[in-house]
Design a protein around this ligand. Structure first.
Ligand code: GLU
Length: 446
């Protein structure tokens, strides 16, 4: 049996870290099992779904490297859902209801005031053909409810362990709205059957849906897939991440200069108890990936930890890989040598631009003691320069001026780079070169 999973976002917004956390674990699960990953757009909500959001979802997944083997969208499959709904009707599992939202609200109020749970009373099941004809003649259109079997539905959740939901505590869910459009519940099951999905890996906000959907799988005579409900991410305050939180959108993170693999590496580990480590490919995340590592408690998404991981990733990133990102943000002119020297000092790739200009100029030097700087300039050795030049030169300056430690090094750093900190000067100095170093020590912009 080929493992097949699906990621099923609704194109009603940009993807954020919470969505990617689900997408990533689906992707890793498929990849590890040599299986397939379906990208399915749940776009039955025609009013809120847009093509821009659909394109954004594809772009974000591509950027993260979460490639899909199969693609479909629910709006293209409506006739298939109609056929499934018809089968449920024929089997007596889908029945028409005519109550308005106000009537249902009133029923719930009465039930609550009597101390009863607000469950739909199935009044519509008692309607006769004549009743229904009369209602339709009055212009009423039915919505359609799925008749739940009043029993415990059980499944063995890969993340949560054995689950059971007492369906007598649930209202029969509406599957088809008055205008004939589908809620998410039925199309999702029909798709999971048609695409032979073996594992449904999704957020634990769908646990209750699962019991209903298991009944629909069974009513349609299909095998029930394995379910895994991951705990939802929360922010530092323990609050859920809302879908529309702009700052946590993948698009925003990309614009902020984060590496795709830092996001993947971080999201792969939170909630598992394993430490997040900087890795450069998704395949490096496979060996540790195990859905059973998750508990029920909500993993905390910490943007600062992600930033930190991003920096750690960059500190070892070879130039060839950094260059792709640099070129994409207009920094294609950064030299390999500058990257190699400066990468340990950047938090985001764009930070290297500063060091490129320190090497190539112009830099307006920061000189606090011109006499000392002039003396140091006189002692600059002739080229060619190497990684040994810095210590040979600073030793000579030390002997000539009697300065040592910070008093010796800081004014030289400030004169050469106009900054108090940065990459090692023994590596930076040969890149700056004698001509520029000389000018800067004399206080000239170079
Ligand atoms: N479109 C649904 C959602 O975004 C999919 C849920 C599922 O994976 O079944 O919540």
């Amino acid at each position: 049996m080929v493992v097949r999973v699906r990621f099923a976002p609704s194109p009603t917004g940009r993807l954020h870290v919470g969505n990617i956390y689900i997408a990533l674990h689906n992707w890793l699960h498929a990849r590890k099992a040599g299986g397939e990953f379906l990208l399915r757009l749940d776009d039955t909500d025609r009013e809120r779904s847009t093509e821009d959001f659909a394109n954004g979802i594809r772009r974000d997944l591509e950027w993260l490297g979460l490639a899909w083997n199969l693609f479909d969208r629910q709006s293209a499959r409506l006739a298939i859902y109609d056929a499934a709904a018809e089968r449920l009707r024929e089997g007596g599992r889908l029945y028409p209801c005519y109550e308005s939202a106000e009537e249902l609200g009133l029923k719930r109020k009465v039930q609550l005031s009597q101390g009863k749970p607000p469950i739909y009373d199935r009044a519509a099941l008692k309607l006769t053909d004549a009743d229904r004809k009369k209602l339709e003649a009055e212009g009423k259109r039915p919505h359609w409810r799925f008749k739940l079997e009043p029993r415990d539905v059980t499944w063995n959740d890969v993340v949560r362990g054995p689950q059971h939901i007492d369906e007598t505590s649930q209202s029969d869910p509406v599957l088809v709205r008055e205008d004939g459009t589908y809620l998410y519940t039925l199309p999702s099951v029909v798709d999971d059957i048609d695409f032979r999905i073996t594992h449904v890996i999704r957020g634990n906000d769908h646990v209750t849906n699962t019991a209903t959907q298991i009944q629909i799988f069974e009513a349609l005579g299909a095998a029930v897939p394995t379910f895994a409900h991951l705990p939802l991410l929360v922010d530092a305050a323990g609050e859920g991440l809302s879908k529309r939180l702009g700052s946590l959108s993948i698009g925003q993170m990309r614009d902020d200069g984060l590496e795709a693999m830092a996001i993947n590496a971080y999201l792969a580990k939170i909630g598992t108890g394993d430490p997040a480590v900087p890795v450069r490919s998704l395949d490096e995340l496979l060996s540790d990936h195990e859905l059973s590592k998750f508990g029920k408690s909500s993993p905390r998404f910490d943007p600062d930890e992600l930033k930190h991981l991003n920096a750690r990733l960059l500190h070892h990133l070879p130039f060839e890989e950094a260059h792709k990102h640099l070129a994409a943000i207009g920094l294609g002119h950064v030299d390999a040598a500058v990257w190699d020297v400066a990468r340990a000092n950047v938090e985001k790739v764009e930070d290297v631009a500063v060091w490129q200009s320190v090497v190539k100029g112009p830099v307006k030097p920061a000189i606090t003691d011109p006499e000392f700087a002039a003396k140091a300039a006189d002692l600059l050795p002739p080229e060619p320069w190497s990684a040994e030049t810095w210590s040979a030169w600073t030793n000579a300056v030390k002997n000539a001026t009697g300065r040592k430690g910070k008093d010796l090094f800081m004014p030289l750093r400030q004169a050469l780079t106009a900054s108090d900190h940065g990459p090692e000067l023994k590596l930076l100095l040969p890149l700056i070169g004698r001509a520029r170093a000389l000018k800067r020590l004399k206080g000239e912009t170079a």
